[in-house]
Structures are given as C-alpha cells and as structure tokens.
Design a protein around this ligand. Structure first.
Ligand code: FAD
Length: 348
C-alpha cells in the first residue's frame, strides 16, 4: 500500500475487465446459471481459494468456487502489494486477484459470487446452501479467510489503502521515514509496533485501557524501545486527511476525563485489534481453537471430516500472507485431488 496513491479498483467489486482476458464462453458461467454439482466445491475466492481452483481446474475437476459477495478477499482492501513473487514492480491487490481469477477461469473453474449461508458435512455428498440454492460435492475446500477487525470509523474506511492498514508486515515498508500510529493492546499490536520501528521514525502505540493485555516480555520490549511512544487510555476517534492519512484525533478514555480530543500527526494508522475467522457458515461442523480459527488434523490440509480440506487464513493466524494462503490453496487442492482419486479407485 503506497500511502499517497489512490488505490485502483478499491472496493468490494472487482473490475475484471481491466486485466482479465475475455473468458472462454465454454467455461464462463454466471452466478445464477452456475451448475450446483461438482466433484469439488471451494468456499472462498481469496488467494487460497483461487489457487486451489487453479490447481483443481488444471486437474480436470471443474471446481465450483462459491467465493462470497466480496470476491477476491482481503487483498481487495489494499493498493500496492510488493511481496507477492513474480511482480518485481509490485501490483495492486485487486489487479492481482483479478489475474488469479482469470487464471482459475481459464482452466474451467466456475465462479459463484455469493456467500455460503450454511453447510451439511455429515454425509456424502457434502451439501452447501447459498442464496437459496443447494450445491453438492464429494470434496470441499474451506478457504473463507479471516476478516481484520476495524475501529468502525467512516474516515478509517475512506482512507483504507491510503495510509490506513491492518497489516504491518504487508505495508510497513511504505512508511519509511514517517511517524505511524498503531492501535491495539494485545501481542499482535505490540509485535506490529516493534516491527514498524524498522521503518518509521517514531511509532505511537495507542491503547484505550490503562494496561496492555499482551505478554510480559512483549510489554517490556515495547516499553524499552526508544522509538515507541505509548498513549495509554486513548482511543482514535477520527482519521484526518483527504487523499491520504495526515493525522488522527485521540480521545482520553480515562473515566471522568473532559479534555478536548488531541490531534496527532501521522502518515499511517495500523489497526491491530484482531481478526475474525470466517467460520460462521460452518455452524460448528469443524473444530476451532480458542481464537476461533479452524484446526488442521495433521500435516496435510485435511480436516476432521472426510473429504473436507482447509486452506489459508481461516486456519492460519501465524503467517497471514497472500503467498502462504496461496501455498495452502495448492496443498488443499492436491490433497482433495488425491482423496477423490482414492475414493474413485475404491469405488465408494
Ligand atoms: C489491508 C491489508 C493489506 C494486506 N497486504 C498484504 C500484502 O501486501 N501482501 C500479502 O502477502 N498479504 C497481505 N495481506 C494479507 C492477505 O491479504 C491475506 O493473508 C490473504 O488474503 C489470505 O488469503 P485467504 O484466501 O486465506 O483469505 P481471504 O483473502 O480473506 O479470502 C477469503 C474469501 O472467503 C470469502 N468468504 C468469506 N465468508 C464467506 C462465505 N460465508 N461464503 C463464501 N465465501 C466467503 C471472502 O469473500 C473471500 O473471497 C493484507 C491484508 C490486509 C487486510
């Protein structure tokens, strides 16, 4: 994300026409006319889901990708991506996702841009409901990602990708020589603050409470760091700037405080208040860990349920990168392909 650039294609709809080759009419299918049965269903159309689709489609499985009403996933929320291999000059997030989609469609993936409402994974074929229609498949890859939590401010939404980010690993590099603000009080926020000291001249860590809920070791590292300034009992109530982020307004959250909000100049705001894995559609069918992420059963992408595989940020809270999600999508497609082949060979 370049702080001063207007993100191209920013928003929830993808302008596929700009970068995607014209789809082959033999394989292009609109959401309403898409078939409802396939060997493999892929839930999610971020880097994990679309990479799985590329592999599965090239293996002749003609997967149906039910990719959500916000197709493309989290990279639709950022402008420049500089760490995805193969793009030495960087690439806009939406453009990268449009290319992945075009690649998946080229080999026969079928795209359905709707949310999955619920699933029944208790018997074969597995069943999935989306916008009133029932889809069936022997194998399913769950790649529904995890959504970053935001503060919920109008100005924050407007300036996303223009200085406002939820990923320091992804966007920290763009803030070389600037002062930045990190919001949050857990381990992730403190880690992001420490990481950003590699680029920023100063990191302002804003937390609305008196104490952090992070681990002691992280707290002592942050407190000892000469480039980190703590703003305890403060919350961001507005992000200022027209085309890019220029400052944030901080409110004192101390009970009884009556002072006027303070302006803090900054080129970047990193919101690090957590992620929510998108698992509600599963209705508890698969086990989750304490933070709500899906759990893998082994060193493959297999879940606890036969024929159901998991890929990307919906289970991974350690790496959370496009390239790791894409790698996971590849693994899940290969696992699903092998599982289907074994099933066919055994005649089940
Ligand atoms: C602001 C920002 C900037 C980032 N910048 C970078 C970067 O520069 N480089 C990098 O490597 N990573 C970056 N990341 C991280 C990267 O975007 C994620 O790690 C990656 O997108 C995860 O891929 P995924 O496919 O697992 O999930 P996601 O990208 O989250 O995709 C999930 C998909 O599931 C769909 N979905 C959700 N619920 C349902 C449902 N009920 N039914 C059907 N579909 C559903 C969504 O619509 C979406 O298509 C950034 C993240 C953010 C938030």
């Amino acid at each position: 994300m370049a702080n001063t650039e207007t993100p191209k294609g920013f928003g929830l709809a993808i302008d596929f026409g700009a970068v995607a080759p014209a789809p082959d009419p033999a394989v292009a299918t609109t959401t309403s006319t898409a078939p409802t049965e396939a060997k493999l269903l892929i839930l999610g159309s971020g880097p994990a889901g679309l990479t799985a689709a590329i592999y599965a489609a090239r293996a002749g499985l003609a997967p149906i990708v039910i990719g959500g009403y916000a197709p493309g996933g989290q990279l639709m929320l950022t402008s420049e991506v500089e760490n995805f291999p193969g793009f030495p000059d960087g690439i806009d997030g939406p453009e990268l996702m449009a290319k992945m989609r075009a690649q998946a469609e080229r080999f026969g993936s079928i795209m359905v841009d709707q949310d999955v409402d619920r699933v029944d994974l208790s018997a074969q074929p597995h069943r999935v409901w989306s916008a009133g229609r029932e889809f069936r498949a022997e194998a399913i890859i769950v790649a529904t990602g995890a959504s970053a939590l935001w503060l919920g401010l109008e100005s924050e939404t407007r300036l996303r990708g223009r200085g406002v980010s939820a990923c320091a690993t992804c966007d920290g590099f763009f803030f070389k020589g600037q002062e930045v603000v990190v919001v949050g009080g857990g381990d992730t926020a403190l880690e992001e603050a420490l990481f950003l000291t590699r680029f920023a001249t100063k990191v302002h860590l804003v937390h609305r409470r008196e104490t952090f809920r992070a681990s002691k070791i992280m707290i002592s590292r942050v407190e000892a760091h000469p480039l980190i300034q703590l703003h305890m009992n403060r919350e961001v109530i507005e992000v200022l700037g027209e085309k890019s982020t220029e400052a944030v307004m901080l409110r004192d959250t101390t009970p009884g405080a009556t002072g006027a909000p303070e302006r803090l100049a900054t080129g970047g705001l990193f919101v690090a208040i957590g992620h929510k894995p998108n698992t509600a559609l599963l209705g508890g069918a698969l086990p989750v860990d304490a933070a709500g992420y899906l759990q893998l059963e082994s060193d493959t992408t297999a879940s606890q349920i036969d024929g159901v595989f998991i890929a990307g940020d919906v289970h991974d809270h350690r790496y959370r990168q496009a390239v790791t999600a894409a790698g996971d999508g590849c693994r899940a497609a290969l696992d699903a392909e092998r599982w289907l082949a074994e099933r066919d060979a055994s005649g089940s």
